[in-house]
Design a binder for this molecule. Structure first.
Ligand code: PLP
Length: 432
């Protein structure tokens, strides 16, 4: 609990009650999700390709999700990590290839590249907290085959510029939209700027079934490959039977199918997604507006506020020490979700979202004794430095920024508390 010891003052903290936990979708669970699960159970058909009385939930979810995003195809999978791995397999990623990834990401992104036998190359971010196109340009080599852009912390990266850059260099672009489901840039949904997009429906995400993911694309061939790779490596006919006479689709499976139970939940959550993101966006922009009175606090550059899903607020301070003190003081004012929440953290404590916090990347850990994939002959000389210092703009933003989760069920009075706490702390800690 916040205490005088933390604030160093006798004034009571702004807030004594913890905030709701920061899991956007689950706050909106109601009878509809329960009914959806019951429907599948009653039909005794939890597997997507056949059953006693197959409900076709996964297939319907794919159709509905593709239509929502504005892509031609969707392949529902078991997780966002699975989706990344399926997408890279569909794109034909393997040894001898470099894949550009951002300094601000999630460990699964690099894991997917390394597991394919390819080598990740870090590029720096800018004040959108997404890939900086100029840094990407500088990291393109003769071995680069593609770019993974990650729409981090709820708001889109500069996808149009990166799509153009990829096009100019003949590279593929994969958008990781795990943290940005429902996000858009001037009306165009994330996931449709690149050759492929991936989503996660794990519990921290804007819509959830606890676990789950999806791959989207408008390219027929990539869609077929993704469908085969997410399953057993082969296409299936309308009755769910495997097809072996299509040489193009005799591939290797990743075993990451989505089951009917979670697909049924996700169909309900998809219908609620615009309401969930609108609630977070409304709260976030109310708080952002109040922070505009403090010119020393830099607010993340948002390309299109209407397309921001609103699940995180990032504030940046003039130096690392100020950021640290502001974060401690905000927490002491009760701006925390606990016991499990990690809602208000200094970005350097944001774990495996930061490239230099990923030990297996920094140390080029291998999966096998032969040093796969780093020691493969094809990969000799590829990659670069992964230790702190490799991406200076990101390093500076990380140590000067605080990331605050915006729960999807904040009341006006909760928002008032956050605003009052910021105002109190900033007046005290920012020199005028
Ligand atoms: C940016 C990003 N990519 C991929 C993933 C992986 O998703 P999952 O946890 O569903 O495997 C996550 C999940 O945390 C993520 O934040």
């Amino acid at each position: 609990m916040p205490s005088e010891e933390h604030t160093g003052k006798s004034q009571p903290p702004v807030r004594s009650q913890p905030f709701p936990l920061e899991f956007p979708g689950v706050h909106y669970f109601d009878e509809q999700e329960i009914e959806a699960v019951k429907r599948v159970l009653r039909a005794r058909s939890p597997f997507r390709y056949y059953g006693v009385d197959l409900q076709g939930e996964a297939e319907a979810f794919e159709r509905e999700f593709a239509a929502f995003v504005g892509a031609k195809h969707a392949v529902a999978v078991g997780s966002g990590t699975g989706a990344l791995s399926v997408a890279l397999a569909a794109l034909g990623v393997g040894p001898g290839q470099e894949v550009i990834v951002p300094a601000y990401l999630w460990v699964s992104v690099v894991a997917a590249v390394v597991n394919q036998g390819a080598i990740p190359v870090l590029a720096d971010i800018d004040d959108t907290f997404g890939l900086n196109p100029a840094s990407v340009q500088a990291r393109i080599s003769s071995h680069t085959t593609g770019i993974i852009l990650v729409h981090m912390s709820g708001a889109p990266a500069d996808a149009p510029a990166l799509a153009e850059l990829a096009r100019q260099h003949g590279l593929w672009l994969l958008e990781d939209c795990a943290q940005c489901a429902g996000g858009s840039i001037h009306g165009r949904k994330v996931g449709t700027f690149g050759d492929m997009g991936i989503f996660s429906f794990q519990m921290n995400k804007n819509m959830t079934a606890g676990e789950g993911g999806c791959v989207v694309t408008s390219d027929d061939r990539l869609a077929q490959r993704a469908e085969a790779c997410h399953d057993l490596g082969y296409a299936r006919d309308r009755n769910g039977r495997l097809i072996f006479d299509s040489p193009e689709l005799c591939l290797w499976g990743k075993g990451t199918r989505l089951d009917e139970l979670r697909a049924a939940i996700l169909r309900v959550q998809l219908r609620k997604l615009p309401v969930v993101t609108a609630a977070m966006r409304r709260s976030k922009y109310r708080i952002r507006q109040a922070l505009e009175a403090f010119p020393q606090v830099a607010l993340r550059r948002i390309q299109d506020p209407d397309g921001d899903t609103g699940c995180f607020l990032i504030t940046t301070y003039p130096d690392a020490e100020t950021a640290r003190r502001v974060n401690l003081a905000l927490r002491a004012e009760g701006i925390v979700t606990y016991p499990q929440g990690i809602s208000n953290v200094l970005m350097t404590d944001w774990g495996l979202h930061l490239y230099y916090n990923i030990p297996s990347l920094v140390h080029r850990t291998s999966i096998d004794r032969a040093g796969f994939p780093w020691n493969l002959t094809e990969n000799r000389g590829l990659g670069g430095n992964y230790a702190k210092g490799a991406c200076p703009a990101a390093d500076s933003l990380f140590e000067r920024s605080i990331v605050l989760a915006i729960p999807s069920c904040l009341t006006r009075s909760d928002e008032d508390d956050i605003i009052r706490a910021f105002e109190k702390v900033l007046r005290e800690h920012l020199s005028s």
